[in-house]
Every structure is written in C-alpha cells, then in structure tokens.
Design a protein around this ligand. Structure first.
Ligand SMILES: Nc1ncnc2c1ncn2[C@@H]1O[C@H](COP(=O)(O)OP(=O)(O)OP(=O)(O)O)[C@@H](O)[C@H]1O
Ligand SMILES: [Zn+2]
Length: 729
C-alpha cells in the first residue's frame, strides 16, 4: 500500500499543506487524482507517493486520524516534469503564493488541476494503404499506386473523387482510419530564408555562442531596427542543429504576429506558439506537441516561460524591459527571474534583448552580472529618425486648440500624399476621457471604483476601465439633470474620427484593446496596414513595440505627458521606453523617417534624451534620482496591499501591519500606509505600504507569517504582498 501526499485546490481557502491519502497502487508525482475532501469531490495534485508496510488500521491508530483512499487517477503520466515541479516550489517561496497556484499557472487552462474536463483530441479521417491487389479499372490501379506513395493523407488531399476512393476501399486495397491531428493556429506562412548577418550581428552571435554550454545572462542592447530578430533566428538555428531546444519569449500578444511569422517561416512545424488568444483546443494541442517532443522552438508570451520543453539550449526574452513580463495575479513572478532559473537548470545562455533596457538589467550588465552585447546601429547603417518636440503651450498661445498641432497636421498630410504611412500614438483608449456637467461640475464616475467613466462612441456607453462597469451614455447630468454636459479629453476613437474628417485620402486603422478583441484581430489589422489598405495607424502603447513596416516614414506622439504624470517611480523610465520605441517605428525601410512628439514639458530631461536618442544620459540621470530617492536598482521593493470591504478595518489593520513590520524588520524602510491611487476599486477599499530593503534575510519568513495570519477565513481584510511590483495604482 502507498501513502500519497496531495495538494488540494479549494475554491475558498488558500490551502498550502499536503493531505495524506491511501492508494493500492503507486501514483507518480505530478499526476492529478480525484479525492474526497469533506463532503466534496475535489481534484488533487500528487506531490509524493511512498510505500508503507502498515495497514490502514495501523496507520489510523498510529496517527490518530482517518485515512481515505484516492478515488481515481486522472493522468496517465505526470503533467509537469521534475524540473517544473521544483520550479513551482521555488516560485511559491519567492512570491508567497500557494504551490497549487504555481502549478496552475504553468499549465494551459484545460489541464489546470482544478478541472478534469479536458478538451478532446481532434481526429481526422485519412486514407491508409493496405495491400497491392488487382483492381477493376486502370484508373483505380493508378490511384492505388499514388496512395502507396502518398500514404495517410486526409481524403480531400488526394487528386481523386471520393467515389473512386470508396470503390477502392470496398475492394480492400485501402482502409479509412481516424488519426489524431493537432489544430494549427498559424499555418499560412511562406518559406523564408535567413538573411546573411551583418558584421556586428555576427559578432553578437559569436559572443553568445562562446558560452553555449553554460548558464550566463546576456543583455543584448540593440537600437531600434538594429536586427535583433535576425540574431535570435541565427542563434536558434545553431541551437536546434545541436539537438537542443529554444524558448523564445515576447512581451504581449500584440507583438506575437510578427515574431511568430519570422519563426514559423524559417522553422515551420518545429515551432509551437503559446498565448492566451489561441482557442482552448489550439492551446491544448500546442502543449501536447511540446510534451510529445515534436517541437524544437516555443514562441510565446509570459506564461510560455513554463513551456514543458526538455533539453533547452537557449532562452531569449525579447523587449526585456516590458511591463507585461510581470504577472499581476498570483503567483506574482518576474519572467526574467523564472527564465534565469531555467537557464541555470539547463546550463544554457539566457538572452535579454531590448533597445531600451530596464535600469535593473543595464546596471547589472555594467556591474558584470550580465554580459553586455551591443548593436549600436541600424542594419542599413541608416541614422535613427530625427525627432522634433512640439511645445503645445506655444500652440495654445497661437490660439490653436486642436489635438494635433499645425506642424503635425501638415506633416501627416504630406506623408500620405507621398503614399507613405503614418503611425500615431495616443496612450488612451475610448472616445473621450470623461463627461463633465458644465452647470454643476459633476464628473460621471464609476459607482464601484474611484475613477471617471470613459465614453465609448462605438457602443454609445460610458465604461469603467478597471471593473468593466458600463451604462448607456445619456445627454443629461445624473446629478442635477442639466443637459449642458461636455465630453472632455480625447481617446483613440475620437482621434480616429478626427483623422477621417480632417485629412484628404486618409484611410485609418485603430489599434487598441477594443479594436483587437477578436481572436485574430491583431494579426488582421496589422496585415491590412502592411498591405497598404490604410495609411494611418492610430493606437495605444500596443503599437510602440516590435512592429516593422518599411513604408512608415512618420511617427507622431499626440500627448507625451500622459505617462510622465503617472504617480509611479518608473514613470520616467516607462515614458523614455515608450517614446524611444515608438520613434523606432519610423524610417525602418529605405526611406529616412521623422518623428514629432507633442508635449507641454519640452524641457523635461526625459524628452530631451528621447530627442537625442540618448539612452546613456537618460540612464545616468535617472540612476542618480533613484539613488537619492532610494528606489530600485538601489534596493528591492515589496508592495503590501491591504484590502477590505470596510474602510475602518482597512485603516486599522494597515496600521497594525506597519507596526509589526517596523518591529520585525528594523533595517527596512516602511512607507505608508497610504490610500492607493484608486482608493476604492470594485467596492473594495485599498491601502498600500511599500517596503524598501537591501537585504532579503528574514523578509520571507516575516511576510509569510503576516500574510498567513490575515489571509485566513473570517479575517476582515486580505493582504497581498508583491515582490518587485510593477503597478501600484
Ligand atoms: N542581416 C540583415 N540583412 C538585411 N536585412 C536585415 C538583416 N537583419 C535584419 N534585417 C532587417 O532589418 C529590419 C529591422 O530588424 P528587426 O525588426 O529585427 O529590428 P529590431 O532590432 O528587432 O528592432 P526593434 O527593437 O525596433 O523591434 C527588419 O526589416 C529586418 O528584416
Ligand atoms: Zn469600476
């Protein structure tokens, strides 16, 4: 008999201890089982299975509790290999989350431990050759010869009628078979050759391959358009030729279409794609292809870092600075941390690539913790685009109150007149930012959150971007009943309309969360733009990264100050990255590109550094400020969010936690508790403390104890600890 230790996923309680069950047979660690838990039947996850010589009765007498038997085993073989199981333990410690939540985040939704209904395997009817026998007609005979050479194809792929095939089948020379097929999410890719590398690209490839068999982190700092993708492709080719596999990570789904086609067109079927927009069936199939060893390269967003690849020879993280690499629900991990952990396990290089590296990574590279590789020029030796800052205060003085300055308007018209293309960035979706009553000054707010509602013209609704609350738009103030109300501020939808109305021959595509909601939305819109079906692409930060359109010669930023004014210590860094990245979309082909950036702060050092494409000065200056204010990379940050339904409870408990932390961690700096920027979200009150530490000793134990205490049944608040927080709204 065996004692099986099982982790249990419970809908309400956070259970992180294992429970002992009995089994007559051995069950492999990593398999899911059905168990009885109280009155419920639940799915559990086996972490250990040990043989015992005691009987059930003896065990119960010895340990003083009743044992029950596992009901049945769901998986034939473990879903996660040893490496990933250990990784889950590591993550759970590092992020203060339950082991089961770590296991959950590693699996595609259909395979998560809480569900046992799997998406079915898809079958296809194929023709299978049986034997050579004399057939009735020569036509049938010819067909049989053909089938012999081209066995196991789906019926529709044969150049004969179904009737003819049926006839041959009746005579017994062939049979029809059902075979498993994989749903293939991206199958229309042309075969494409690698470009020969430039000298500087080759140098980088050599530098990285010199450490092919060891774990080392490289920071590839290559300006926009310097050909980093080609470096990734060449490295990957080398690695798979050595019989190893490649993990290629991209920040978010918006970027995936171009990276996917680059990899698919070179490596075809040996590439698997993992991201959240695939259908359940597609994701399940891609996952199975990886487990079944049919895949050499996995391209995917954040959670693909857990892809069950064996024998990894290279891990790449493109656009390493991107905030979407931070997971914002439990377990709140940093992708680079997981990638490096896997790199260490497989003893392979980890390449972090970016044109605007995060301060954390760049400072590590300067200290020698990472090895720096540099591509300082664009591929065709072309200079980076010229950037002009447009002072919007001056526009006001000249009584020009439109969203686009006179210069930018002229430049857009000029560009489309030359049959070239324009990309415009406005980091705000929706139509208008908010609605204000001109009589009573009331702004229409979300009833559940501390934010104003945004007007969406396409659906004629007012929507909350935090909780998705929506109401139909009314031409009437909800407070005083006046009809004298005004839509204030501009979002992408409004600019789209403005562009259509104000420019001759403009054909506009809007690219934001709302317009790309459909499954292949991103892919389709970008394709239309690539095929010149539109000449202006207006979008949110989604358009800033990775896009490579050779006919784009003008990039305009409508309001650079939006991200500068966010109350977050990374606001400068984010703004620099966003502006430099979006500028980098201009002039990537043969023609020279230009950029205009509209701002009310043209003298701000971030804008000055962007104007000169000067990452070094930006880095120096921002690092000085971080040092003075004691922010990362000069310390570690941990955010502690206290939330609850009653304001008083939140206030009281926050204070209690603060006292506990100050006492337990005398060397740490504890900021707060302060109300969050959005104090009330979804009817929950929220206060935050920020812990600054330079040394992590004891920190995990102290926080573990605190969060265990508060996150129990019956407590009035709940506490979320976030190591290396990225958003603090
Ligand atoms: N060796 C090469 N020879 C010719 N063309 C190349 C070569 N390498 C890259 N290119 C082309 O240069 C362009 C820019 O390359 P790529 O998109 O990889 O830049 P990048 O470094 O990823 O830039 P970004 O950070 O802005 O996304 C692409 O159109 C690519 O096809
Ligand atoms: Zn809301």
């Amino acid at each position: 008999m065996y004692i099986v230790k099982v982790l249990v996923e419970h809908a309400i309680y956070k259970l992180d201890t294992t429970y002992d069950y009995l089994s007559k047979y051995q069950v492999l660690a990593g398999c899911r089982v059905h168990i009885r838990f109280g009155y419920q039947q639940l799915v559990g996850y086996v972490v250990e299975c040990q043989e015992t010589l005691f009987t059930q009765k003896q065990l119960e007498e010895k340990n003083g509790f009743k044992y029950s038997f596992i009901q049945d085993v769901i998986d034939q073989k473990p879903l996660l290999n040893q490496e990933l199981q250990e990784l889950a333990n590591y993550l759970s410690k590092q992020t203060l989350s339950t082991r089961i939540s770590c296991l959950q985040c590693m699996l595609p939704p259909q395979l998560k431990p809480s569900t046992n209904h799997s998406v079915g395997i898809k079958y296809q009817k194929v023709v299978s050759f049986v034997k050579d026998i004399p057939l009735k007609t020569t036509k049938q005979q010819e067909a049989l010869n053909y089938i012999k050479e081209h066995d196991l194809l789906p019926i529709k792929d044969y150049p004969f009628s179904t009737a003819l095939l049926n006839n041959i089948e009746k005579q017994g020379a062939i049979i029809y078979k059902q075979v498993e097929v994989y749903r293939n999410p991206y199958n229309e890719h042309l075969q494409q050759e690698d470009y020969p590398l430039t000298t500087s690209q080759q140098k980088v490839v050599n530098q990285i391959l010199a450490s092919f068999h060891q774990f080392k982190t490289f920071l590839l700092y290559g300006v926009t358009g310097s050909g980093k993708t080609e470096v990734y492709l060449h490295l990957s080719r080398f690695v798979i030729e050595q019989g190893k596999t490649v993990l290629m990570l991209v920040p978010e789904i918006a970027l995936t279409p171009m990276m996917v086609s680059a990899f698919k067109s070179r490596f075809g079927k040996s590439v698997a794609i993992l991201h959240s927009k695939l259908s359940a069936g597609e994701r399940y199939d891609e996952y199975r292809r990886i487990i079944d060893d049919e895949v050499k390269i996995v391209v995917g967003a954040r959670s693909a870092v857990f892809a069950p690849l064996e024998n990894i020879g290279l891990i790449i993280m493109d656009e390493e600075h991107d905030a979407s690499y931070k997971q914002e629900s439990p377990p709140r991990y940093l992708t680079s941390q997981v990638a490096r952990k896997r790199g260490a396990y497989h003893q392979c290089p980890v390449v972090l690539g970016s044109a605007t590296p995060s301060l954390e990574s760049y400072s590590r590279a300067l200290k020698g913790a990472y090895e720096l590789c540099i591509l300082s020029q664009r591929v065709n030796q072309k200079p980076l685009p010229q950037i002009e800052l447009i002072d919007m205060v001056e526009e006001m003085k000249a009584h020009h109150y439109e969203v686009l300055s006179r210069k930018m308007k002229a430049k857009i018209q000029e560009t489309i007149d030359k049959n070239e293309q324009v990309i415009l960035l406005l980091n705000k979706r929706g139509y208008s930012s908010y609605v204000r009553c001109l009589d009573c000054d009331e702004v229409l707010k979300c009833p559940h959150c501390d934010v104003s509602l945004t007007y969406h013209k396409d659906t004629h609704t007012m929507r909350c971007h935090y909780c998705d609350f929506q109401v139909p738009y009314q031409q009437k103030c909800s407070h005083c009943g006046s009809t004298n109300i005004k839509l204030i501020g501009s979002g992408t939808q409004k600019i789209e309309e403005y562009l259509q109305n104000n420019f001759i021959n403009s054909r506009v595509i809007r690219y934001d969360v709302d317009s790309t909601r459909k499954k292949q939305g991103h892919h389709q819109l970008l394709k239309q733009f690539e095929n010149q079906e539109a000449n202006i692409l207006i979008g949110t930060q989604m358009i800033a990264k990775g896009l490579d359109f050779e006919n784009v010669t003008f990039v305009g930023v409508i309001n650079a100050d939006l991200s500068l004014n966010i109350p977050d210590f990374r606001a400068n860094e984010r703004t620099f990255q966003l502006l430099e990245q979006v500028s980098g979309r201009s002039g990537r082909g043969k023609k020279q590109g230009t950029v205009m950036i509209q701002t009310y702060n043209p003298d701000h050092f971030v804008l000055q550094c962007v104007k000169n494409h000067d990452y070094q000065s930006f880095y120096q200056k921002e690092m000085e400020m971080r040092k003075l204010a004691k922010y990362p990379p000069y310390c570690y940050l941990i955010s502690i969010l206290v939330q609850g339904k009653k304001e008083d409870d939140v206030t009281f408990c926050s204070q209690q936690i603060k006292e506990y932390l100050v006492k337990q961690l005398p060397k740490a700096i504890v900021l707060g508790p302060a109300n969050c920027t959005i104090y009330k979200m979804n009817d929950i009150y929220r206060k935050r403390m920020t812990l600054k530490i330079t040394n992590t000793t004891h920190v995990y134990e102290v926080l573990h104890a605190m969060s265990d205490y508060y996150n129990k049944k019956g407590r009035k608040v709940n506490v979320i600890c976030d190591f290396n927080p990225y958003t603090t709204i």
